[in-house]
Design a protein. Sequence first.
Length: 279
Amino acid sequence: MGAAEVEAFLTHLAVDQRVSAATQNQGLHALLFLYRQVLGVDLSWLENITRASKPKRLPVVLSRMEVRAVLAELDGVPWLVASLLYGGGLRLTEALRLRVNDLHLDCGEIVVRGGKGAKDRVTVLPAVLVSPFRAHLAKLNARFGRERRRGAPGASLPLTLSHKYPARAQQWGWQYLFPADSLCTDPYSGGAVRHHVHERVIQRAVKTAVHKAGIAQPASCHTFRHCFATHLLQSGCDIRTVQELLGHADVRTTMIYTHVTGKGAMGVMSPLDRSGDGT
């Protein structure tokens, strides 16, 4: 098939099959890979494709009481991680990639390194988490000492750091804040390293907690980040401050939370609620 047939197929996916924009885009890149890497044919830019529409969804946001109900069903590391997602507006991967030296307990700050867009930022560490994190760090430090004495492998490091500063894998400040219980194989060196806890461990715990709390909305780990932004705006926090804490490059991305901050849709009182007050 040439470019015309490929265009017709991708248009068929959007028009006849009504697939999502993500599915159509996946098909496009799979075909480009096939032609360029396998067949050695460089397809011209496919300009005549009818693109699948990407729906604009409002974020799922829980009330403060609902968030507390979900957190009450968690304990241990899942509770700490979920509390960070809600209390600091972190993404799940950002929270799990935190290292000991990214947590500034005395300043009440968390340094998020290499977030979305490879950007670093500073966000808030809730004061109520300082004491639990001190206890968590004490346990981690005790295990860290035992592992160093028996010569266990250190934490996994980014490729550039592992080459330039390999000793950092054995240093306390570079250990993961939420390390995995078992070792894994480093994809770069092939040796054994300790990585952070897997995302699915937290995702499954949160899913179970949402079910136990009786939450009907399709809440997930990322919902805590939506709640962080929405509840800050509801409390009167400046939208530019929320943008910085979330790490959004454009304030228009943050503005989506203004659609879910009011009591009721757009904060408008329904005429049915006014029907009995004589206005």
